[in-house]
Write a protein that binds this ligand. Structure first.
Ligand SMILES: Cc1ncc(COP(=O)(O)O)c(C=O)c1O
Length: 356
């Protein structure tokens, strides 16, 4: 499929890296592609970033038939621009698509178009180390109808946002409220897909936690309200008795790319890793026995987010004296060094946007 490119005639001024937050500023261009059952995915094009119109009856606005993903591009010290594990992100986009009855994208073709988009807006990839370009591929149902059924037509678009350093003053361990009332997802539901409904489901709990002084919530399973699932919109890891423990991918948890990268790194260092169900009571017991030494979340935005406190039913579980633990620091340093092109990439995770 040919990729049509229409360059902007009015490039936007850039914001200094020090003033970048997360997701407020967008680059000059976006990638678009449309789907009809008759032609499949067609009309791949890059256009100036800007609004597009939808009829008020459009399915996505009523029933949320939509999926997205989130990945990053980094500028290396040698001024190359690289994507972190884009194939795995596109594969996950297609896994989400299957759950939402959305036709799959051609992953190879989409990666090529994405590289072209990043090449075109390459000046938007921040030069300050630890800043990056966040890339948001999104796919929405576009039939204008109120019937509850999968859409016939779809639009895929990719927008990009330069984002600031997540930890400009170093790691900030966070306080987390263990959520025992609201649930994010249940097995058999949408939890394993990256779809807006999961984020809508999380908002009220997160707001109530924030009002009580917590950064995020720790989600428990939707049936027993006992087994640990995720932390905010990140996967979660515990260091218990010198073992790295994380909940298994049992259908209600997102298969995080950072989660997989952490597991791969840990294996390569000979660290024991267990993907197993773990109850909040197990965490309390491990803490009581002095065996719970570190807790951290993993995700594309922060990479690693150390947890210093879990608050459950009126009881504060303080982790590692509220300090960042050595495993957390080692994993963060190793992963970001690969992403930022500072150390070699033995796993083949980095994909340059340079034309081969
Ligand atoms: C619900 C949820 N869990 C986990 C993650 C972490 O996934 P990744 O490491 O691929 O960013 C994310 C972010 O994408 C998320 O939204």
């Amino acid at each position: 499929m040919p990729l049509q490119i229409c360059r902007t005639s009015a490039p936007k001024p850039h914001i200094p890296d020090a003033e970048l937050g997360f997701g407020h500023v967008f680059t000059d261009h976006m990638l678009l592609m449309d789907y009809t059952p008759e032609t499949g995915w067609h009309q791949a094009r890059i256009e100036p970033y800007g609004p597009f119109s939808l009829e008020p009856a459009t399915i996505v606005l009523h029933y949320g038939q939509s999926i997205f993903d989130g990945l990053k591009a980094f500028r290396t010290p040698s001024d190359d621009v690289v994507l972190f594990r884009p194939q795995r992100h596109l594969k996950r986009l297609n896994t989400s698509a299957a759950r939402l009855c959305i036709p799959p994208l051609d992953e190879t073709l989409t990666l090529g178009a994405l590289q072209e988009l990043v090449r075109l807006d390459t000046d938007w990839v921040p030069r300050t180390p630890s800043c990056s370009l966040y890339i948001r591929p999104t796919l929405i149902a576009t039939d204008p109808t109120l019937g509850v059924h999968p859409s016939r037509t779809y639009r895929f678009f990719v927008i990009m946002s330069p984002v600031g350093a997540y930890y400009p003053e170093g790691f900030k361990p966070v306080k987390i409220l263990v959520e025992d009332r609201y649930v994010r997802a249940v097995s058999g539901g949408l939890g394993a897909a990256k779809t807006p409904a999961n984020y809508a489901a999380s908002l009220l709990a997160a707001e109530e936690a924030r009002a009580q002084g917590f950064t995020q919530v720790l989600w428990l399973d939707g049936i027993a309200h006992r087994y640990i699932e995720e932390v905010g919109s990140m996967n979660i890891f515990f260091v218990i008795d010198d073992e790295l423990v994380t909940p298994p991918l049992d259908g209600s948890i997102l298969d995080g790319v950072t989660r997989d990268s952490v597991i791969t790194l840990a294996h390569s260092w000979g660290i024991r890793v267990a993907e197993r169900r773990i109850g909040i009571d197990d965490i309390l017991a491990a803490h009581g026995a002095g065996k719970l030494t570190e807790v951290f979340g993993t995700g594309t935005a922060a990479v690693i987010s150390p947890v210093c406190e879990l608050f459950y039913k009126g009881h504060a579980i303080i982790i590692n004296d509220r300090k960042v633990g050595p495993w957390t620091q080692r994993i963060y340093d190793a992963l970001t060094a690969i992403q930022w092109g500072i150390s070699p990439d033995p796993f083949g995770w980095i994909v340059s946007v340079k034309q081969s």
